[in-house]
Design a protein around this ligand. Structure first.
Ligand code: FPP
Ligand code: K
Length: 459
């Protein structure tokens, strides 16, 4: 695990060996004793150059240490807090069941995301989501445009991100009545119109082209079993299809650091890295396609550098701070990277390329709002919200389970099982649901929607 910010682990001769500006309260030695030093002390060597960035990093460590080392919440023998399941579930249900205040007009176009984040979170927490089916059918119908795709609400322009979120929400609840909301033919035509000569997709008509488009489109095409040929009015040049050049586009987004940026020649970022690996893993088996298009040693180096000590969580990019949402955007890269490194696709469930213990500690000790507000958050100083609740829980799920990939004729290749490594620091009662590592909805729901549309190769 990287010490301090990624790439800052090695100090020169002037490095301050002990940094007295770090606050370390050892008032609860009985708790601290259960927690390895790695998570209770600031990095032993830090770069002496003070910048706005180094100051922010120092403050974040100071903010997290009391939660990691002197956990005052109910905790287990490893000093790890319990998951406040009922509080988080109540927090999420509020977003679905109560009217939002006028302050939320700013996120009106993100309503489909709230549906996905909340339904996904409830499912991970083990709550029944079937009761949302009827409302979801109604709301999703209003969001759909006759020209294909879903907008943020009635009358809003279709967008790939909102379409992705609506489709995943429908898929999590599942069933023919929900799947049938989607106008597949119009979706196919719309996606054909968004396809770019560079291989990727525009997020909307005339909208930005980036690696989110590559992932969202691949998710939609594969879940709905859409024909790959372009709609006739967009079929130019001949032979160019929805997947043509997509992997090459993703390849162009890998940066000198090894991570992946939103578009070629930009800065590597965790959210885009997940989109890139997810997209490739839809196009072909990860052990075949990821090494074909990406430089693996650099990718592993950059992804590993995203995990910090003592915080244990992940940052999204070099020299930035840990944030609970990267538990998924970075944490979710690991099953895909691990699958591409294991010949035959079988991953060894007892070894990991990252510290599952560190991530679990950050999530359960630093990311939970344990007051009656509930919900999960970026870091202790931030308020919980639906986005962080979803992606922190998704990251927890990934840290708690092992993934395997093996191709079997007609069967879903990804397998998920309980992770049984010695480093398990969470209690079994705190195990959350499992997710498909590419689609980020439960495995069974991926299989169900794919089966439903498998019989509909036409329209
Ligand atoms: C930086 O924010 C964040 C980004 C550059 C990208 C965010 C994109 C996503 C979270 C989702 C994309 C995925 C899909 C499927 C549409 P920041 O500067 O506030 O955070 P940082 O300091 O941690 O980088
Ligand atoms: K952030």
């Amino acid at each position: 695990m990287a010490a301090g910010r990624g790439g800052f682990g090695i100090g020169g001769p002037d490095s301050e060996l002990i940094d007295e500006e770090f606050v370390h309260d050892t008032s609860s030695p009985h708790v601290a004793a259960m927690v390895p030093d790695l998570f209770t002390h600031p990095a032993p060597i830090v770069d002496p150059l003070r910048t706005t960035t180094s100051q922010a990093q120092k403050e974040t460590v100071n903010e997290c240490l009391p939660f990691l080392a002197d956990c005052h919440q109910p905790h287990n023998d490893h000093g790890v807090s319990q998951l406040s399941r009922p509080r988080h579930a109540a927090f999420v249900r509020k977003w679905l069941d109560q009217r939002m205040s006028r302050h939320f007009v700013a996120v009106d176009a993100s309503r489909p995301w709230f549906l996905y984040w909340c339904i996904e979170s409830l499912d991970l927490l083990g709550e029944d989501v079937s009761q949302y089916g009827d409302r979801l059918v109604q709301t999703a119908s209003w969001m759909q445009n006759p020209t294909g795709g879903f907008g943020g609400g009635f009358g809003q322009t279709s967008h790939l991100a909102t379409s992705y979120a609506v489709i995943l929400a429908l898929a999590i609840v599942g069933g023919g009545a929900l799947y049938d909301v989607i106008d597949r033919r119009a979706m196919w035509k719309w996606l054909s119109s968004l396809k770019q000569p560079n291989g990727s997709f525009a997020m909307a008509t005339g909208g930005e082209v980036d690696v989110r488009g590559a992932y969202c489109a691949a998710v939609i095409i594969s879940l709905l079993n859409l024909p790959l040929e372009l709609a006739p009015e967009h079929c130019n040049p001949p032979g160019f299809n929805l997947y043509t050049g997509l992997a090459n586009y993703v390849q162009r987004c890998q940066t000198y650091e090894g991570g992946i940026s939103g578009k070629p020649d930009a800065e590597a970022h965790g959210a885009y890295a997940f989109c890139a690996l997810g997209c490739l893993s839809i196009l072909d088996s990860p052990d075949r396609i990821i090494p074909k298009y990406l430089d693996i040693p650099r990718l592993v180096s950059w992804t590993s550098s995203r995990q910090y000590a003592p915080e244990g969580g992940f940052s999204g990019r070099t020299n930035k701070l840990v944030d609970g949402c990267y538990s998924h955007w970075i944490g979710g890269c690991w099953p895909l990277v691990e699958a591409c490194l294991s010949p035959g696709g079988e991953t060894d469930s007892t070894t990991s390329l990252y510290s599952r213990e560190g991530l679990t500690r950050y999530i359960l000790n630093c990311c939970q709002d344990t007051t009656k507000r509930g919900g999960l958050r970026d870091k202790p100083s931030r308020l919980s919200d639906a986005y962080h609740t979803c992606y922190v829980l998704a990251g927890l799920s990934s840290a708690q389970h092992a993934f395997s990939y093996s191709e079997r004729e007609g069967l879903e290749p990804w397998g998920v099982s309980s992770h049984t490594a010695a480093e398990q620091v969470f209690g079994e009662v705190d195990r959350v649901g499992t997710l498909h590592p590419v689609y980020v909805i439960p495995q069974s729901k991926v299989v169900a929607i794919k089966q439903y549309f498998a019989s509909k190769s036409g329209f």
